[in-house]
Design a protein around this ligand. Sequence first.
Ligand code: ATP
Ligand code: MG
Length: 406
Amino acid sequence: MGNCLDSPARVDAHATPASVVSKSSSKASRSSNLSSLAIPLSYNDSSLPTPRSEGEILSSPNLKSFSFNELKSATRNFRPDSLVGEGGFGYVFKGWINEITLTASKPGTGMVIAVKKLKQESFQGHKEWLTELDYLGQLHHPNLVKLIGYCLEGENRLLVYEFMAKGSLENHLFRRGPQPLSWATRVKIAVGAARGLCFLHDAKSQVIYRDFKASNILLDAEFNPKLSDFGLAKAGPTGDKTHVSTQVMGTHGYAAPEYVATGRLTAKSDVYSFGVVLLELLSGRRAVDKMKVGVEQNLVDWAKPYLGDRRKLFRIMDTKLEGQYSQKGAYTAAYLALQCLTTEAKMRPRMSEVLAALEQLEAAKTSTRSSLTQHHRTQTSAANFHAPNLKPCTPSLPSPRGARTH
Ligand SMILES: Nc1ncnc2c1ncn2[C@@H]1O[C@H](COP(=O)(O)OP(=O)(O)OP(=O)(O)O)[C@@H](O)[C@H]1O
Ligand SMILES: [Mg+2]
């Protein structure tokens, strides 16, 4: 599936990146490629990705076109108390629609939706807005957030999603207030998120997600994770190409070092970002935390030396777990994270391998007896343990280069 807005020439023209550009600061062009190619596209199709025109994307049979007034009534006039979040793109409001007619319903009745409203001043977001519609209009999977429709009226651009009752993983891991996530829930989230990425990578026309991070993993009422925000998604390389070249976009701390340094994007860039999120799940720390000092500001740099050493692993584990996690499970996950974070992209596992290892970990239902009391016992068995299905990796890996803030 192609990015409908980038001609190949334009993509290559951006291939010398200087820094990671966040979505909020990206200069997405409004002058979209409106050339009309009336070829319907399906991700299950064996044909090569086909770019679609704006008109084709907007007329997708899977998406409802809402009027601005409908969404105004659905969200009680975008009242501040309907606001559930804010990101680089805009504000997210809670609303209600009738689940059959998909028209605005009385607040509190019918189906709950999340309405993302592009900030008025942020006209630059049009390209990402359209890319989101293009991908989510066609991709359907239990671990991808469901896009219900959109509104394009004058300067108003909105997206309408299923409402994810527990909000983002970021809120649960790093904000004070909500009950800390248990070990079992963290594993469940890792498995589901890996499934979502696996689905994208394994599609016949590979999709690279490019923005895998805790704030883009949304959780439903049962903590099932779903990937959201496809504004940066990109078609994977086709034919005998090994990568796509593109302007470096993404989020500092999550983007793979070789992608930041060269602009060469592969599915292994997503694998790296997955490793970072796995570390966030283990440690309860942000990928980048400017409030910390020295090496602790960058989670990967700080945690890497502990990941392959079962005796030291407890030092980076989230204290909010209060020791209630399976030591074996934690080491499997840490070891997996280390593999995902390997500097050489080719040496990283594929998402299908990562998923298999995590599913095995989840199925093992290893005891969550206090890790503190078990600490001495694990010291003796550490040397014999390896994550399932994965080759052991080099004990000390160089730290990633190049990621810079913008
Ligand atoms: N479908 C949804 N259901 C419930 N809450 C949502 C939904 N989509 C977004 N949110 C909430 O709104 C917040 C903002 O989301 P948004 O995607 O706009 O920004 P972000 O992911 O935090 O940052 P970025 O702009 O870098 O992606 C999320 O963190 C989440 O709490
Ligand atoms: Mg987001």
